[in-house]
Design a protein around this ligand. Sequence first.
Ligand code: ZN
Length: 199
Amino acid sequence: MSVLHLDDLDLGPGDVLILVDVQNDFLPGGAMAVPRGHEVIAPLNRAIAAFRRRRLPIFATRDWHPADHRFRNTLPRHCVMGTRGARFAGSLALSSDVHIVSKGADGEAYSGFQGTALKDRLRAVGARHVFCGGLATEYAVRATCIDALDRDFTASILLDAVRALDAQPGDGDRAIAELLALGVLPSEAGAHHVVERRV
Ligand code: ZN
């Protein structure tokens, strides 16, 4: 599998970044914490910088449930609009020009397209190719990528900027394999240069 680094992609008009559900409730300590979910923030911030440098649009989806939302039996109360848990991660480098997409007003919505105007809003900014990263791999990221393909966008998944809930071990890896088989392209935002230290 050849994974393209964002810096090696000739990003240009038509390319759009989608930050998927990078909210406190999905980060360690949150109501529906994704293990190591905070690790998506550094690569996503690099992706944000890459898109911003080229003045390309950036979207951020969020789970945004009304206070009287009836959560499904198995799900804890999470991402209630206006609460700290629903807020985007404080260390995510968002700015006022980011297009925010709220979902989950009536029921649980994994995909950023479900029950929202995301498709039209993407078309309005000339999007053809969406680059997705965020939380969690096998839920919101998977569903958003699949819906993007269904709506005739090209979709890339930022493999170093997603983390899985892995309720069943391997769920995240299986979702990635499924997405790649469907035609989602693998890319990465760029890893930290980690200096290996011998002990
Ligand atoms: Zn939800």
